[in-house]
Design a protein around this ligand. Structure first.
Ligand SMILES: Cc1ncc(COP(=O)(O)O)c(C=O)c1O
Length: 490
C-alpha cells in the first residue's frame, strides 16, 4: 500500500548514489528524518510495502529498519507499527531561519560521528515544567547574596579575572572546593588536583578525549546517563553497557575486553537510584587496577540524601585510587551557571589542565571568585541544607501520591531516599515512550525509562522529577499523569 512516508523515502532513495542498496536506503531515511520531511512520530511504511515500492528485498528493508532502530531514529511500538522517534528532531532545529515554503536546502554534510549523536540526541527541548527530572528549584537560589559578593569583588577588580583562564580555574575556588570535597564527600585531594570546568559534560568530554583513542572501549551503566553515551559517540569510543542491580554496576567476569574508562554514578545510580555497595566499590577498584582503566565517578546530585548518612565518594575509599571524580554546581545551585569540577589523579593534573586550556579557553572567572566567597562564608552549605529539606518534603509528597493513586508496586525498586527524581515503575510491556509523549504534550515533562537502556532488555517506567514542582501544584499534575498512565499501561 502506498503512503506519503513511502513516497518521501522513495524520492530521497532515488537521489542517493551509493551502490550498496542497504546503504542507499539507510542514507535516504536518515536524511528525510534529519531534514524534517519525515517528522517525529510519523508512522514508517511497513517493511513489506516499502520493499515492494522500491523493488528491494524485504530483508534489506528490515536490516535498515533494525539499524535505524538501534541508532534511535525510529522505534517500534508493540502492535501499532514503527515510528520516527520524537527525540531525533524534537531537540534540533537544523534550519532555524528557513522561511516557510522556501526551496529545500541540501542536507548538510555532517560527520558520521555527528549523525550518530544526532540519532541519539536526548537533551530535553523543555527545561522547566512539572516533573522535569534533574532540574533543581532555581527560583530559590539566593541571587542577591551572590550578586553582592560579585559587586564587592568588582570594586577592587584584579585584571586576571577578566582575561583567559590559564590555571584550570580561580585558585580561591579550587581551595574552597578542596576543603568542601574533603569534608562533605570524603574526597582525597589538594587544590592543585582540581580543574574547574563548564559542568560535568565538558569534564566528560575532556577526559574522554585525553584518555581514549578512537575505537577504544568504555564501560557504562545499563541503564545509564545519555550524556556520557553521546560524548563517547562523538569521540568515536565504543561502549559496553554493563547491567546495574540494587548494589550498582555488576562488573563483568574477567575476559571482557579491558575498558579504558569505566563510567559510574556510585552515590546515586542514574537513573535507577541505587547506591553502590562497599563490596562492589572494592571489586570495581580491583578490576580497574587490574585492567589499568580509569574509573569516572559522576557525583552529580549526592548532596541530596534525605535520610541516613551521606554516601562518601568512591575516590576517597582508598589511597591513590584510579578514580577521576567529577561534580557540578548544576544541581546544588542552578544549571545555567555552567560550573563543575574534576578532581584529577596527580599524574593527570598537568596534562589535562593544559589540554583544557588549549581546547576550551576557560572563563567565568569573576563568578568563580564570587562563588569561592559564597562557599567560604557558609552560604553554599546553608543553601544546600535549605533545599535538602524542601526536596525531601516534595519527594515524600510524591511517594504518597504514587502509593495512594497507583499502589506501592509502582515505586521503582532501586530508588533510595535521595536525589532530584525518582522512578515510577510501569507494568512490564507498557509503552513508556508513548505515555511520556502524551504527558509531555500536556506539559508534564516526565521521561521514559526505556530510553536510558542500550540493550533490548529494558524496564518500562518514567523518570519523575520532584525538585522543581511546588507542593500545591503536585497533586493536580500527578492526577493528570495517572489519567494518561491508566489509559495506556498494560
Ligand atoms: C548523571 C548526570 N551527570 C551529569 C549531568 C549534567 O551535569 P552538568 O550540568 O554539570 O553538565 C546530569 C544532568 O542531569 C546527570 O543527570
Amino acid at each position: 500500500m502506498r503512503s506519503l512516508a513511502g513516497d518521501v523515502i522513495k524520492q530521497a532513495f532515488s537521489q542517493q548514489t551509493d551502490e550498496k542498496l542497504h546503504r542507499r536506503l539507510y542514507a535516504a531515511i536518515c536524511s528525510c528524518i534529519l531534514e524534517g520531511s519525515l517528522k517525529p512520530a510519523t508512522r514508517m511504511p511497513p517493511s513489506r510495502d516499502l520493499a515492494g515500492e522500491l523493488t528491494l528485498s524485504r530483508n534489506t528493508v528490515l536490516r535498515v529498519y533494525e539499524q535505524l532502530q538501534a541508532e534511535g531514529y525510529i522505534s517500534a511500538r508493540t502492535s501499532s507499527g514503527t515510528f520516527v522517534t520524537d527525540s531525533v528532531l524534537d531537540n534540533l532545529d537544523l534550519h532555524p531561519n528557513k522561511a516557510p515554503g522556501a526551496a529545500p536546502e541540501e542536507s548538510p554534510r555532517l560527520s558520521d560521528r555527528c549523525l550518530e549523536l544526532l540519532g541519539h540526541a536526548s537533551a530535553s527541548p523543555r527545561q522547566w515544567g512539572a516533573f522535569i527530572p534533574g532540574v533543581p528549584d532555581v527560583a530559590h537560589f539566593p541571587h542577591r547574596v551572590l550578586k553582592k559578593i560579585q559587586d564587592r569583588l568588582a570594586r577592587r577588580l584584579r585584571p586576571e579575572l577578566l582575561t583567559y583562564d590559564a590555571a584550570g580555574g580561580v585558585n580561591e575556588l579550587k581551595e574552597a572546593l578542596a576543603d568542601y570535597l574533603r569534608t562533605a564527600r570524603g574526597v582525597r585531594c589538594s587544590p592543585e588536583q582540581i580543574l574547574i570546568t563548564e559542568g560535568i559534560h565538558q569534564a566528560l568530554d575532556l577526559v574522554t578525549r585525553t584518555l581514549c583513542n578512537p575505537g577504544d572501549n568504555a564501560w557504562i551503566e545499563e541503564p545509564g546517563y545519555w550524556g556520557i553515551k553521546n560524548i563517547l559517540r562523538i569521540n568515536a569510543v565504543n561502549f559496553s553497557a554493563i547491567p546495574v542491580d540494587e548494589q550498582g554496576m555488576v562488573p563483568p567476569e574477567a575476559g571482557e575486553s579491558a575498558p579504558k574508562l569505566i563510567f559510574v554514578t556510585p552515590s546515586h545510580q542514574y537513573p535507577l537510584g541505587s547506591v553502590m555497595s562497599l563490596s562492589r566499590r572494592r571489586q570495581l577498584l580491583f578490576r580497574a587496577r587490574e585492567t589499568q582503566s580509569w574509573i569516572i565517578e559522576d557525583d552529580y546530585d549526592s548532596e541530596f540524601r534525605f535520610s541516613g548518612q551521606p554516601i562518601p565518594s568512591l575516590q576517597g575509599l582508598e589511597e591513590e585510587t584510579p578514580v577521576i571524580y567529577i561534580g557540578t554546581f548544576s544541581k546544588t545551585l542552578y544549571p545555567a551557571l555552567r560550573l563543575g569540577y574534576v578532581v584529577l589523579p596527580k599524574q593527570l593534573a598537568t596534562p589535562l589542565k593544559k589540554v583544557h586550556n588549549d581546547l576550551y579557553r576557560g572563563g567565568h572567572l569573576l563568578i568563580q571568585a564570587a562563588l569561592a566567597e559564597f562557599i567560604r562564608e557558609g552560604y553554599y552549605a546553608a543553601h544546600i541544607r535549605k533545599m535538602r529539606q524542601l526536596y525531601s518534603r516534595r519527594r515524600q509528597m510524591l511517594v504518597e501520591l504514587i502509593n495512594r493513586q497507583l499502589g506501592e508496586h509502582y515505586l521503582g525498586s532501586f530508588s533510595s531516599n535521595a536525589g532530584l527524581h525518582m522512578i515510577l515503575q510501569l507494568p512490564a510491556g507498557s509503552d513508556d515512550v508513548l505515555i511520556a509523549q502524551q504527558a509531555n504534550a500536556q506539559g508534564l515533562l516526565v521521561r521514559p525509562l526505556s530510553r536510558y537502556y542500550v540493550d533490548e532488555d529494558k524496564r518500562s517506567g518514567l523518570l519523575l522529577g520532584f525538585a522543581s514542582i511546588e507542593e500545591h501544584e503536585m497533586a493536580a499534575a500527578f492526577t493528570r499523569l495517572v489519567g494518561i498512565i491508566r489509559v495506556n499501561a498494560v
